[in-house]
Write a new protein. Structure first.
Length: 258
């Protein structure tokens, strides 16, 4: 591509990684998106890592992209984030902070990978999903739509997460589990199949309650064991209707998980 059509160039500034790969700092040749001509960007191994045409894909800050990884569309890699292996970051996605995306992972749509999260192997993250904290997405896991995964959560195997699901704390979703809707799963819960949790709504003050096989209950307001919920139902502050709802939900869950 003629230089006048390119959006960036390699500067003379180089960096050598521990594995011996040499990365080159990039500099913008024209204005686009939030980038101005002359702005220094992040680091790439070669032009195969970042589209050179008229899209708005960019690597900013100390971001690094190398190997056969590719950044296309309007995607951004920024902060100290790294993308490598055969990973693809496309469309309007963002990889930032200290996040890592590698292997054959693919991030698309408007998904965001941030903080110290890792996405690798054959994992796919799409929609407006957000992966943050120390979360790990790997294997053949698929995370899409409005899912949020944070904390130390582990998502792996042939898992599918979609809807408005929220996975947090030390929760592990694995094997061939499917979690969807407005399920909330946290604590140390381990979900191996669709039969390891049940979501009930509305309950209480228009809440959504997720109960797990390991005896936990999660809502937007609390994370309690089933026994702790029953103990709360003995207290006077809770309306009788809500007490009956929670007791019925627990009876149903215990029957469901037999």
């Amino acid at each position: 591509m003629p230089k006048y059509m390119k959006k960036y160039e390699l500067t003379g500034q180089k960096m050598t990684l521990r594995n011996g790969l040499v990365l080159h700092r990039i500099r913008a040749l024209r204005d686009f998106a939030l980038v101005r001509k002359g702005d220094l960007g992040g680091w790439i191994e070669s032009e195969r890592n970042l589209a050179t045409d008229y899209n708005c894909a960019w690597i900013a800050g100390n971001g690094k992209v190398y190997g056969n990884a590719r950044i296309e569309g309007d995607a951004w890699v920024t902060g100290n984030a790294q993308v490598y292996g055969n990973a693809m970051i496309i469309e309007d996605t963002t990889v930032e902070n200290n996040a890592r995306v590698y292997g054959n992972a693919r991030i698309s749509d408007v998904a965001k990978i941030s903080e110290n999260a890792r996405v690798y192997d054959e994992a796919r993250v799409s929609g407006s999903a957000q992966i943050s904290g120390e979360a790990r997405i790997y294997g053949n896991a698929e995370v899409c739509e409005k899912v949020v995964v944070c904390g130390n959560a582990q998502i792996h195997g042939k898992v599918m997460l979609y809807g408005n699901t929220h996975i947090f704390d030390n929760a592990e979703i694995c094997n061939e589990a499917v979690v969807y809707g407005k399920a909330r799963i946290g604590g140390d819960s381990r979900i191996e199949s669709i039969h390891d949790y049940v979501t009930i709504s509305p309950i209480g003050e228009k809440s959504i309650l997720t109960l797990t096989r390991d005896g936990m209950a999660f809502s937007s307001c609390f994370s309690l064991t089933l026994d702790e919920i029953l103990a709360e139902c003995q207290k006077k502050y809770l309306p009788k209707l809500y007490k009956n709802q929670y007791r019925s939900a627990i009876r149903f869950a215990k029957s469901f998980f037999k």
